[in-house]
Each structure stands twice: as structure tokens, then as C-alpha cells.
Design a protein around this ligand. Structure first.
Ligand SMILES: CC(C)(COP(=O)(O)OP(=O)(O)OC[C@H]1O[C@@H](n2cnc3c(N)ncnc32)[C@H](O)[C@@H]1OP(=O)(O)O)[C@@H](O)C(=O)NCCC(=O)NCCS
Length: 166
């Protein structure tokens, strides 16, 4: 989805190591950098089987996400170190959320900042619900999503849906 001037979640944060990280909507110029981030990302298939391990499948997945979803990237010294995306609206403007932070940058506060930026964008887009699927063992993701205002729906299971209502 084009950034089309709908929102401007542009901001800079300092991560927990004091590094300046910029957050902004994805642009075409970020395509190669995003490929690089996911090519380097380890372990592959970390969250719900993503990012895909096989190069062709991974590249197809990234291409589809940047073409069809609304995307925000986190950049440190010209390198993409994080990526969050919001799917096209389904039904009454409910959208799926996903987020990946490069393993060298995880647990430094970037995921929380990126999640907050995306939820701000969702509000501007008049989104009624944002949902994310997370594995029960992914405690760090659950911490981040709860801090951002997501709540579990449904019974406890290996995979859980978490919902945010702007
Ligand atoms: C999940 C993910 C997006 C979180 O982003 P991040 O930048 O690593 O997380 P942050 O540093 O912003 O925040 C992590 C929080 O979890 C806490 N945390 C870390 N390890 C934890 C654990 N094992 N259990 C519970 N909380 C934990 C941290 O203390 C921190 O909270 P605090 O700021 O209150 O101290 C990132 O780790 C990631 O990309 N993981 C792999 C992909 C993934 O799982 N994506 C989510 C599914 S779509």
C-alpha cells in the first residue's frame, strides 16, 4: 500500500544502547534494504513460520507485503533493522499486524516504538480493530503487544490471537 500521505509516523528514538533509530513509512527506496534485513534475519521461521526460510518464498512474501500492506521501517545508520506491517482492511476495517526486528537489535526498545507508531497510524486510518497472531511461547512479543494495549481473545492455546481496539 502506498504511504499516500495518509499518515506520518516519522520519528526518531534512542534505543536502549543509545543508538538513534528512525521510524518512517516504507518507500520504494527501502526494497533492497528490506530484502537484506530478512535475508540476514535469524532464525528463519521464528514467528508463525515467518520469515520463510527458502529464498524464493521469502522474497515473494516480502514483495507481497510491501505491495499490499501498509509498512513502516526502522532505520539505524542507513540500515533497515525493523519492519512492521498492517494488512488491508477486512470486514469492518479490521487489520492484521506483524512485526520483525533484526536479531542484533531485539530487546532494545525498537519493537515497542514501532508497534506504537503502527497503532497510531491505525487510528489515523480509522481502523476499528488490529489483530496479531502470536505463539504462546513468544514471551517477548506478548510483552510488547500487551504494553501497547493488545489483549488476548479466545482460550489459551499454542497460538493466540491478540486484539487492539483503537
Ligand atoms: C517480538 C519483537 C518484535 C519485539 O521487539 P523488540 O524490539 O525485541 O522488543 P522491545 O525491546 O521493544 O521490548 C521487549 C520487552 O519485552 C521484555 N522481555 C524481554 N524478554 C522477555 C521474556 N523472555 N519474557 C517476557 N518479557 C521479555 C523486555 O524487558 C521489554 O520490556 P521492557 O521495555 O518493559 O523492559 C522482536 O523481538 C522480534 O522481532 N522477534 C522475532 C519476530 C516476532 O516474534 N514477531 C512477533 C510476531 S508477528
Amino acid at each position: 500500500m502506498s504511504k499516500a500521505g495518509i499518515i506520518s509516523p516519522c520519528r526518531s528514538i534512542k534505543d536502549k544502547l543509545g543508538r538513534i533509530v528512525s521510524l518512517r513509512p516504507y518507500g520504494e527506496e527501502d526494497f533492497n534494504g528490506l530484502f537484506e534485513m530478512y535475508d540476514e534475519f535469524q532464525p528463519k521461521r521464528k514467528a508463525m513460520g515467518l520469515p520463510p526460510a527458502q529464498d524464493g518464498n521469502r522474497h515473494k512474501w516480502i514483495t507481497q507485503i510491501v505491495e499490499e500492506w501498509f509498512n513502516i521501517v526502522a532505520i539505524q545508520e542507513d540500515r533497515i533493522v525493523g519492519h512492521a506491517a498492517l494488512d488491508r482492511p477486512v470486514g469492518a476495517n479490521a487489520r492484521e499486524f506483524m512485526i520483525f526486528i533484526h536479531q542484533d537489535y531485539q530487546n532494545k526498545g525498537i519493537g515497542q516504538a514501532l508497534t506504537f507508531s503502527m497503532l497510531d497510524a491505525a487510528k489515523v486510518m480509522d481502523c476499528k480493530k488490529v489483530w496479531v497472531v502470536v505463539e504462546n511461547m513468544n514471551r517477548i512479543a506478548i510483552t510488547v503487544f500487551k504494553k501497547a494495549g493488545f489483549n488476548f481473545v479466545g482460550e489459551p492455546d499454542v497460538e493466540r490471537v491478540m486484539l487492539f481496539k483503537p
